[in-house]
Design a protein around this ligand. Structure first.
Ligand code: SF4
Ligand code: SF4
Length: 150
């Protein structure tokens, strides 16, 4: 049985973080951020039936980010607008509305069906983590699976 969670479900996930989670290998903005993101990713990987609310805005991963202030992404002056715009593009690509509730499995199935590596290159080309190749490798790993489980 899964240990008692500290996370509240449905878990609020900003849509572009569905892609970031695919590439998570323990890197991030500081140790608090990494520890929080690891908890979220590990819990979802342990049970993909867990429910998410997909949003275009700050989420449970942003919650421990040093760049989140006043409920916004203030990493750079244009980060809030760019992050929300990316969330909306990904929601549209997946065929979901902001605020849609789905299981993590269903969200991953949509990612697997509808997002290609070329799309990710377009979405992510100006992200500082893109050059590592972890995220596109995570997407390709997902596509190679028979089901959506990570
Ligand atoms: S490249 Fe950046 S925005 Fe794109 S999935 Fe990876 S961490 Fe997320
Ligand atoms: S950089 Fe911005 S979008 Fe990314 S986790 Fe931090 S607050 Fe959220």
């Amino acid at each position: 049985m899964r240990p008692m969670s500290k996370l509240a479900y449905p878990l609020t996930i900003r849509s572009h973080h569905l892609l970031c989670m695919l590439g998570f290998r323990g890197l991030g903005y500081n140790s608090t951020f990494v520890s929080n993101m690891r908890s979220v990713v590990e819990e979802l990987r342990s049970d993909c039936t867990l429910a998410l609310t997909l949003v275009a805005g700050c989420d449970v991963i942003c919650a421990a980010c040093p760049h989140k202030r006043e409920g916004k992404c203030l990493r750079k002056t244009d980060s809030e607008a760019k992050s929300v715009s990316l969330d909306l593009k990904i929601l549209a690509k997946l065929g979901f509305e902001p605020g849609t509730q789905v299981s993590f499995c269903e969200a991953l199935e949509r990612v697997k069906e509808r997002i290609r590596s070329e799309d990710m290159a377009e979405f992510c080309s100006d992200c500082e983590w893109w050059g590592l190749g972890y995220c596109v490798a995570g997407l390709e790993r997902l596509k190679a699976r028979l089901n959506a489980l990570l």
